[in-house]
Design a protein around this ligand. Structure first.
Ligand SMILES: C[S@@+](CC[C@H](N)C(=O)[O-])C[C@H]1O[C@@H](n2cnc3c(N)ncnc32)[C@H](O)[C@@H]1O
Length: 197
């Protein structure tokens, strides 16, 4: 199953739901999210980078998806008023020096029973992945600046771990799944209380 399908499935979306994708990039997840919420649902994509949003917008226009809203904004301070049914962020939280406040803001958006899901990459500890970890390290070094004095890979993993911890802290039922020979981790959590708590 492709990673974005697995991530979407972990949100347990129902027809008519509203789902917000933080750091939606070019909109790779949007078709799967649209399919899950159906014609009465809504998909909101938030991204800070003009070029990414432009490409997402071109696709939305080309496909005639009038149930998709794209917003240029900082996802750590989401410009969306809740409650919403789900929040998805794929390969995003590793870019935040301190992801905890962002996770808090995202969980605060959820109504009771709403879910948040984070898909992220990290080094794999499976034996078969040993040589591939070198490539992963080189990729992260080139793509993601780390925290000062910390290797980019460690920095990414620290941020991702902090985000996952915060999902587990803030949510009721939670789950974690590893796939892609251990390179990909999917953390999800469900909010059990109302938006006021
Ligand atoms: C690695 S890309 C992933 C894109 C998409 N989620 C995917 O899986 O294809 C990370 C995205 O997060 C966006 N991003 C990073 N920091 C952000 C922030 N503070 N607010 C909104 N978007 C952000 C970037 O512009 C980029 O589009």
């Amino acid at each position: 199953m492709p990673d974005d399908v697995t991530a979407t499935a972990s949100l347990a979306l129902d027809p008519g739901d509203t789902v917000v994708e933080m750091g939606c990039g070019t909109g790779a997840n949007v078709p799967y999210l649209r399919e899950a919420v159906g014609p009465d649902g809504r998909v909101v994509g938030v991204d800070l980078t003009r070029g990414m949003l432009r490409r997402a917008g071109e696709r939305v226009d080309r496909e005639g998806w009038d149930d998709v809203n794209l917003v240029r904004a900082d996802a750590t301070r989401p410009p969306v008023s809740g409650p919403v049914d789900a929040v998805l962020a794929t390969f995003v939280v590793g870019m935040f020096p301190d992801p905890k406040p962002a996770i808090d803001a995202w969980v605060d958006l959820l109504g009771p029973g709403g879910r948040v899901a984070l898909l992220n990459a990290g080094r794999s500890d499976r034996a078969v992945a040993g040589p591939l970890n070198l490539g992963f390290r080189a990729f992260v070094r080139a793509a993601a600046p780390g925290d000062r004095g910390v290797s980019p890979v460690r920095s990414l993993e620290r941020r991702v771990a902090a985000a996952h911890d915060q999902v587990r802290t803030r949510c009721g039922p939670t789950g974690f799944e590893e796939f892609g020979v251990g390179y990909l981790g999917l953390q999800w959590g469900e909010r059990v209380t109302g938006p006021e708590q």
